[in-house]
Design a protein around this ligand. Structure first.
Ligand code: SF4
Length: 244
């Protein structure tokens, strides 16, 4: 953690609970750097999360108002907070399973209503904390605890889903491309209306170990592979990044 970000962190909560090599620590730092570069007043922000590894990014780490809600429901709590006090900047950070499966309806309807909040999806293509079950974002053919022979279903493109529902700022970055990710987060945080950033953040513990053909043989290779896995005009198996 770089020195200038220490003021945003509760001093008694480190180290984080994330596995070594998890992308979520990088996302945590990218978000704090975006807040710092924008000089936002963290006392006028509220951070909400649901259940899962990504939910630990803001809570209990941020020295701010945080709300660790029930599974799939952070957007509903965020909607209530925004309605009661519209001056607060409301930020939801949660995982792909939490936001797009259990909380899928809340995601699309918040986008449709254009409720002013920033939703950051820490997307690791699997349910990490609960044991590596298949998620709506697990790629076709990928192995999980519940699809040991490979996922037979198609996966959700969350950016297309949210854009189709009406969100007018939608972006996708990765934890490898830090500067680009910070730029997207800064734009989302300043956006008037609903904004969504899909962040590709590898989980080697639950996804990578089962899918070494795409992730390599270590947590670091799973992150390093992102360097060449992204494209603005993707071919088969590549990840589309950018602002949509
Ligand atoms: S299980 Fe996966 S997502 Fe959860 S902390 Fe470990 S590496 Fe990160």
């Amino acid at each position: 953690m770089i020195e200038t970000l220490k003021k945003y962190i509760r001093p008694d909560v480190f180290p984080t609970p994330f596995c070594p090599g998890c992308g979520h620590g990088i996302l945590m730092q990218a978000l704090l750097r975006a807040i710092d570069e924008l000089k936002l007043d963290i006392d006028k922000m509220v951070f909400l999360s649901g259940i899962g590894c990504a939910a630990w990014i803001p809570s209990p780490h941020f020295a701010a108002d945080t709300m660790h809600t029930t599974h799939g429901r952070p957007i509903t709590f965020a909607t209530g907070i925004k309605l009661v006090n519209p001056k607060l900047k409301v930020v939801v950070i949660s995982g792909d399973g939490d936001l797009s499966a259990i909380g899928g309806n809340h995601l699309i309807h918040a986008a449709r209503r254009n409720i002013e909040m920033t939703v950051i999806c820490a997307n690791n293509s699997i349910y990490g904390m609960t044991g590596g079950q298949v998620a709506p974002t697990t790629p076709t053919g990928a192995k999980s605890a519940t699809t040991p022979q490979g996922n037979p279903e198609r996966d959700f493109d969350l950016c297309k889903l949210v854009k189709g529902a009406g969100a007018d700022y939608v972006a996708r970055g990765t934890v490898y491309h830090m500067r680009e990710l910070i730029k997207y987060l800064k734009t989302a945080l300043q956006h008037k209306g609903f904004s969504f950033v899909d962040v590709i953040s590898p989980c080697y513990t639950q996804f990578g170990r089962r899918n070494q053909n795409t992730c390599g043989g270590s947590a670091s290779s799973a992150i390093m592979n992102l360097k060449t896995a992204v494209s603005k005009t993707p071919q088969d198996g590549e990840i589309l990044t950018g602002e949509f």
